[in-house]
Design a protein around this ligand. Structure first.
Ligand SMILES: Nc1ncnc2c1ncn2[C@@H]1O[C@H](COP(=O)(O)OP(=O)(O)OP(=O)(O)O)[C@@H](O)[C@H]1O
Length: 239
């Protein structure tokens, strides 16, 4: 379980971007973070990952305060995976080399076994294993970025806008891949998204942020059926 308790954080001295945010994600839950541009979604994800230090409050994983644990240590010892919004693959390397980089800390045998498992889960990786990552489409790149983060079998995955720049059809393929991660690997997922309705369709709960605070939270089925939420946060869509 991931717990964020009353967190304040920011980039510049005396300027707080997160203003006392609390949230949690239970084991095997998919939780999405929504809200307008600049409200602090990516900043919250970076703070959970450990790229940014908390100025107040705490981030804990399975009851242990990990607020001061740097990101590389969280990946190595806390079972955390992080897929940033941009520059999330090594374009100059092959698909195989990207996966090997994801398993940097693993033994050779464990890496090979894990690559075979991920190729079974995502056949596009098997088809393109020796191709340069730069030759992949946008959706394929997102699946590679996801698979690379999955190499060390994380228990918690943080995804920053996995559907950014994708067409609606490809977006659904990437979201299907995310659901597979939860179903087949039992991973807890916290995901920042701009495609709010689509993200809520695959998530259990959502937090809608505003100016670095939680404006609304609830189950996605409740939020999706709330006319006020649709009017204020979902662009008035009724489908
Ligand atoms: N590296 C940085 N240095 C200083 N300020 C930053 C930095 N990154 C983000 N910010 C500021 O923090 C605020 C929140 O940004 P953040 O990227 O968390 O928002 P967001 O909700 O993820 O937005 P978007 O939906 O547009 O990606 C913005 O005002 C942004 O300008």
């Amino acid at each position: 379980m991931v717990k964020v308790d009353d967190v304040v954080a920011g980039y510049i001295k005396d300027v707080d971007i997160l203003n006392g945010i609390s949230l949690h994600a239970d084991t095997k839950e998919i939780v999405c973070l929504l809200g307008p541009n600049g409200c602090g979604k990516s900043t919250l994800l970076k703070t959970i990952a450990g790229y940014l230090r908390t100025r107040r409050g705490s981030v804990s994983i399975n009851g242990t305060d990990v607020s001061a644990v740097p990101v590389h240590e969280k990946i190595r010892s806390c079972g955390l995976g992080f897929v940033p919004q941009t520059e999330n693959i090594f374009a100059a390397m092959s698909v195989l080399e990207n996966l090997l980089m994801g398993g940097y800390y693993m033994s050779g045998e464990a890496r090979e076994k894990r690559i075979a498992e991920l190729c079974d889960l995502y056949p596009v990786l098997k088809r393109k294993l020796n191709a340069p990552a730069a030759s992949m489409s946008g959706g394929e790149r997102q699946i590679l970025a996801l698979a690379r983060a999955l190499m060390p079998s994380p228990r918690i995955l943080l995804l920053d806008e996995p559907s950014a720049g994708l067409s609606p059809k490809v977006l659904h393929e990437v979201f299907d891949a995310i659901m597979q991660v939860r179903e087949q690997e039992g991973v807890t997922i916290i995901m920042v998204e701009q495609n709010a309705i689509e993200a809520m369709r695959i998530s259990d709960r959502a937090y809608i942020l505003s100016l670095g605070t939680v404006a609304l939270t609830g189950t996605c089925s409740d939020l999706l059926h709330d006319p006020k939420v649709r009017e204020l946060y979902l662009g008035g869509r009724t489908d």
